[in-house]
Design a protein around this ligand. Structure first.
Ligand code: GLU
Length: 432
């Protein structure tokens, strides 16, 4: 079983989406179930409705999953496992006051040393523990041996017991910490491979230590994906618009192009333009580069245009707000000039809008409008053009400039003869 484990604490980031795509692809390749686990244990940070938004985005990308769990529904298992660890003396109650710990942390910082828990409560006697009325947290005992993670992307990484330390697994309010809930749930879910962002790398030995302490023997594989950098070479953050999947949709990037892009960057792929289904055939998690991927808007735009070209006219017309094959064909012609749906809509909607004509051509445009309103239907552009020219007595720039403006709402653009076959049925509507 594989899992995608988003926290419902904000908008879906392209880094999360990349994690979801890779989990989906590998679950298909291995013929294993994909589980979505909403990690909603941090009540303060949860945002109402974000879980649904994330699930909707998965749906838009065609990322199908078989199971959906909310981590908070597993609280009773987290408590049970914590009790077992306490019973087995693999974990202990820690009564250290947060302000004292904070002070020790500051001291370590001032001495330029890494802070480590000083073990104050590791060996408290049963009486000292049971009779203590103060609030406490539960900590896992620092492991005795080092923990080695054989990461599919990063290779082998060794963590010393001090790197892992005696860390908190249950907070004072008896809710599990992220590491504890995650480690237990990966065990309960019988997860075989965890694919996630490399920002979780330092959590991994802790999660392995938890399962080791619980006596879980199955070895879970890990693949930590390098981060995505922005144009300036910094980690993409909320401040980078393109980090938000919602923003990408608003800008008019197709899900298929976004998926193509996120699978392509920092990877060796047999081709550049492909669909998610195709990627399932050849994707290899081992060939993801160790180095961070760099976000490249020009490349994304290029791919988006290629994916727009792959749509048939009907589909394309729906994306620009019509359900008409002819408008889809007009849109296809404009694909040479644009790379996003937003840009495409900016070309198509002026065709049907009221046109503003500069003074210079105002009179000519009035004449053309009048004639078109009463003109017979012309199958061919040439016949149409000759008729209007003849009836208005206009020619050259004085004819073509206002005609283009009336037909497209723009001064420049594709050949009118290319557009006319698809607009001929709407001419009386358009020319206004
Ligand atoms: N909930 C974590 C996050 O959204 C992911 C945890 C994981 O994949 O283990 O960053």
């Amino acid at each position: 079983m594989l899992r995608f484990a988003p926290s419902p604490t904000g908008d879906m980031h392209i880094g999360n989406l990349r994690v979801a795509l890779f989990n989906y692809i590998v679950s298909k390749q291995r013929d294993e179930v994909l589980l979505v686990r909403i990690e909603d244990t941090d009540k303060e940070r949860n945002i109402e409705g974000k879980d649904k938004e994330i699930l909707d985005i998965l749906g838009v990308f065609g990322i199908e999953y078989k199971e959906l769990v909310y981590q908070s529904n597993n609280f009773r298992f987290h408590s049970m496992m914590a009790l077992q660890l306490l019973h087995d003396k693999k974990a202990f109650n820690c009564f250290c006051k947060p302000e004292i710990l904070e002070k020790k942390r500051d001291e370590a910082k001032n001495a330029k040393k890494a802070y480590r828990y000083d073990g104050a409560c590791v060996e408290l006697s049963a009486e000292e523990t049971i009779d203590n009325p103060n609030p406490f947290v539960v900590r896992l005992r620092k492991p005795e041996k080092e923990i080695v993670i054989d990461d599919l992307i990063k290779g082998s990484i060794t963590f010393s017991p001090d790197d892992i330390d005696s860390f908190i697994i249950m907070r004072q309010d008896k809710t599990p910490t992220y590491n504890f809930a995650c480690a237990v749930d990966d065990m309960l879910g019988d997860i075989s491979l965890v694919i996630r962002g490399e920002d979780h790398m330092s959590n991994t030995p802790k999660q392995v230590a938890i399962r080791d302490a619980l006596g879980y023997e199955k070895k879970i594989q890990y693949a930590h994906l390098p981060i995505i950098l922005n144009d300036e070479g910094k980690k993409m953050s909320k401040r980078d618009n393109a980090s938000s999947v919602k923003w990408m949709f608003e800008e008019g990037f197709l899900p298929s192009a976004i998926a193509n892009y996120l699978i392509l960057i920092g990877n060796k792929t047999p081709k550049e333009i492909f669909t998610l289904d195709e990627a399932v055939e050849w994707f290899d998690i081992n060939s993801i580069s160790k180095a961070p991927a760099r976000f490249d808007m020009t490349k994304l735009k290029f791919l988006n245009r290629e994916h727009l070209k792959m749509l048939d006219a009907k589909e394309l017309s729906r994306y620009v707000g019509f359900a008409d094959e002819d408008i889809g064909k007009v849109a296809k012609i404009f694909l040479e000039e644009i790379s996003t749906l937003k840009e495409l809509r900016e070309k198509i909607s002026p065709i049907f809008a009221e046109k503003e004509v500069a003074d210079e051509f105002f009179e000519a445009a009035q004449k053309i409008k009048e004639i078109i309103k009463n003109a017979p239907f012309f199958e061919e552009y040439d016949g149409f053009k000759s008729y209007i020219m003849e009836q208005t007595g206009l020619k050259g720039k004085n004819f073509f400039k206002p005609l283009r403006l009336l037909m497209t709402g723009a001064e420049h653009g594709p050949e009118l003869s290319d557009l006319y076959p698809h607009l001929k049925n709407y001419m009386k509507e358009i020319v206004k």
